[in-house]
Ligand binder design. Structure first.
Ligand SMILES: [Zn+2]
Length: 238
């Protein structure tokens, strides 16, 4: 849920992904994808898990697509097996706060509490502590970045799926706006978004994209916990 529209002007340069001829064979393990050489995109799903997240996991499995889930701790507590299964399926799990608070309105101690409670719930469910944070609403300030102690990963393609609830529109936005190295913002708490996923996958596969997790998008570099945010692969300069 992004109740507040964060307008960000992003400079999204091509990141060498135009070398479509070097694409790895379909069905290859995602780890083998080198996003410095092929067209990559990271689909990200925020605010879950919810009951419908299982349907999304089924779609992603069927199409052999890996994604990243920015989970709300409170929801992980409610659907721990869904979080576990997402992790086991090879998707990346990120921290999206305990209860989707606007972190910029909190003290440093409160921000740390939001993140550590979500970390604990996710670690209990999946066995892994999330290495990246996506701030709810994309809202962050110096206090949040300091308290996060990990990279903040936001997005370069905003589908506005939470506002329009229109599957065809979501597919069209992703199809038209996605460039190599982009991070696409989606919310699996909306059925219209999950319904759009097969169309998104078909459209981007037809354009030669490989679907990777956030970590894979930036590989071989591991994102340092600098007090900056990342919106796409092009934004990272080693
Ligand atoms: Zn959110």
């Amino acid at each position: 849920m992004r109740r507040r529209l964060v307008i960000s002007t992003l400079v999204t340069a091509l990141c060498g992904g135009t070398l479509a001829g070097t694409a790895v064979p379909a069905g290859a393990a995602p780890a083998a994808v080198d996003c410095r050489r092929v067209k990559c995109v990271a689909l990200t799903f925020d605010d879950g898990p919810v009951a419908d997240s299982r349907r999304l996991l089924g779609i992603l499995k069927e199409r052999n697509v890996k994604a990243t889930f920015y989970l709300v701790g409170k929801n992980v507590q409610r659907y721990p097996t869904t979080a576990r299964d997402a992790h086991r399926a090879g998707h990346q799990i990120g921290n999206h706060s305990w209860d989707h608070a606007d972190l910029t309105r909190l003290t440093s101690a409160q921000v740390r509490s939001q993140l550590s409670r979500a970390d604990t719930a996710i670690k209990q469910a999946t066995g892994v502590k999330p290495s990246t944070l996506r701030a709810p609403y994309g809202a962050h300030n110096a206090t949040v970045r300091q308290a996060a102690d990990r990279p903040l990963v936001h997005w370069s393609v905003d589908t506005l799926d939470w506002r329009y609830r229109d599957s065809a529109r979501i597919v069209k936005t992703v199809k038209e706006q996605t460039k190599p190295g982009d991070i696409v913002l989606l919310h699996d708490i909306h059925r219209t978004t999950v319904n759009a996923v097969p169309g998104i996958i078909t459209a981007l596969k037809a354009r030669g994209f490989h679907f990777v997790t956030v970590d894979q998008l930036f590989a071989p570099t591991r994102l340092p916990a600098e007090k900056v945010t990342y919106h796409n692969r092009a934004a990272y300069r080693p």
